[in-house]
Ligand binder design. Structure first.
Ligand code: CMC
Length: 390
């Protein structure tokens, strides 16, 4: 009933109320549950922020310790999943496809414990997903480089365990580099939520049908994989490498973007909401310099990215359209310095975003106003006509 408004890309339409994340795109403000993102990125941990997003308050020390402990004790994958699922896929498989398929496959082990209306199931599956997604991600990485899978090491923190699963070759001989650990934790925190972005909206839409957390998160991972969304971090590095290889220079590339040649965009630039700057990008840019220096890496791609940013920010095309670097512009350079292959970058974004997805899924189910999501359309096709001979 009523009238239908056409709103391509939901530029003006709110599909829900939410208490989780606040963004002011003009002022470059991002807060999780009221806490400014820079405070959290500096002082908090991934799991503490996950708790904050999900439950609305910072955890007490005991609550956080219990949460952390539960997650450490749910890291194992079923042996069949560990040994057979990954071997069935080609080693060339994109890790994002492996990740979303892995979450779907995971759901088959918990079919009797995934009732969206059972609070115990919901709590347990949040823990399972937080614990197991990084393991599936690390195995996707190991598979792509042809190395053996390590078992999770529950004596390590969330981030250190993840680093060991990715970069350890033998269980006993991997020492986590604290610089890498802190840098990765900070990047994950920056990605933990971003209100109604495409993947979170996907999680909510799928969740609104009564589908369980695994189905909703798997769909969210697929939505995140696109180059206009989370896939942009991979696309930025590919773009930088192509500029470097082509030898055409940054100015030539910027001209190509401005002329919209072959639909080329400056990846890692622009945002639907941020029109002055992305506060996450400011923190990431600073981190990129610090982390590469601390890791002793000099990457010419970082210099290229900075040159590209400077030229773009002075150019009328980008000024008029209010296009600034977004969170994805500098993250890839840091992930590369850590040793992650380019195709793992969006997987890292997914691990970062998981707490936000879980928090939104939970909020959706706790809101008595929730209805199945079902956008309208304006029909522009043929009027009624007869089937030939009918
Ligand atoms: N390079 C060149 N031109 C651009 C770019 C870009 N990165 N972004 C937007 N524009 C142009 C666009 O062509 C349009 O120009 P015109 O008015 O001449 O047609 C104008 O700016 C407005 O853009 P829009 O497409 O209407 O903006 P949107 O809000 O629909 O899209 C966006 C937002 C992020 C999809 C887009 O800026 C983009 O494609 N950026 C590159 C991909 C990227 O970095 N994505 C990551 C986003 S942040 C993390 C995340 O969400 O996952």
């Amino acid at each position: 009933t009523g009238f239908t408004t056409l709103d391509y890309g939901f530029v003006n339409t709110a599909a829900t109320k939410s208490d989780i994340t606040y963004i002011d795109g003009d002022k470059g403000i991002l807060r999780y549950r009221g806490y400014p993102i820079d405070h959290l990125a500096t002082h908090s941990s991934y799991l503490e922020v996950a708790w904050l997003l999900i439950y609305g308050e910072l955890p007490t020390a005991d609550q956080l310790a219990e949460f952390d402990d539960k997650i450490r004790h749910h890291t194992l994958l079923h042996e069949d999943l560990k040994d057979r699922f990954f071997t069935a896929l080609p080693h060339t498989a994109h890790p994002m496809a492996v990740l979303s398929s892995g979450v779907s496959a995971l759901s088959t082990y918990y079919e009797n414990e995934s009732d969206p209306n059972n609070p115990e199931h919901v709590e347990l599956n949040m823990i399972r997903l937080l614990a197991k997604l990084p393991v599936i991600a690390a195995y996707a990485h190991k598979k792509s480089v042809g190395q053996a899978f390590l078992y999770p090491d529950n004596s390590l923190s969330f981030v250190d365990n993840f680093l060991k699963l990715n970069f350890g070759v033998r269980s006993e001989d991997y020492q986590v580099d604290p610089v890498m650990s802190r840098a990765l934790e900070r990047l994950l925190i920056l990605h933990e939520d971003h209100e109604q972005n495409a993947s979170t909206s996907t999680v909510r839409l799928v969740g609104s049908t009564g589908a369980d957390q695994f189905a909703s998160i798997s769909a969210g991972i697929h939505a995140l994989s696109g180059p206009l969304h989370g896939g942009a971090n991979e696309a930025v590095l590919t773009m930088l490498a192509q500029i470097q290889e082509s030898g055409g220079g940054v100015k030539r590339f910027v001209e190509k973007v401005k002329n919209k040649e072959d639909g080329v965009k400056l990846m890692g630039f622009g945002h639907r909401v941020y029109k002055n700057y992305d506060p996450r990008a400011t923190i990431v840019k600073q981190s990129a310099d610090e982390v590469l220096e601390q890791l002793g890496v000099h990457d010419p791609l970082l210099d290229l990215a900075k040159e590209l940013e400077t030229i773009a920010l002075e150019d009328d095309y980008f000024k008029e359209r209010r296009l600034y670097p977004n969170v994805d512009f500098y993250t890839g350079v840091i992930y590369k310095a850590m040793g992650f292959p380019t195709r793992m970058f969006t997987v890292l974004f997914a691990i970062g975003r998981l707490p936000g997805w879980l928090a939104h899924w939970r909020e959706l189910h706790q809101d008595p106003k929730t209805k199945i999501g079902r956008p309208q359309q304006l029909y522009t096709g043929s009027p009624e006509r007869s089937y030939p001979g009918a």
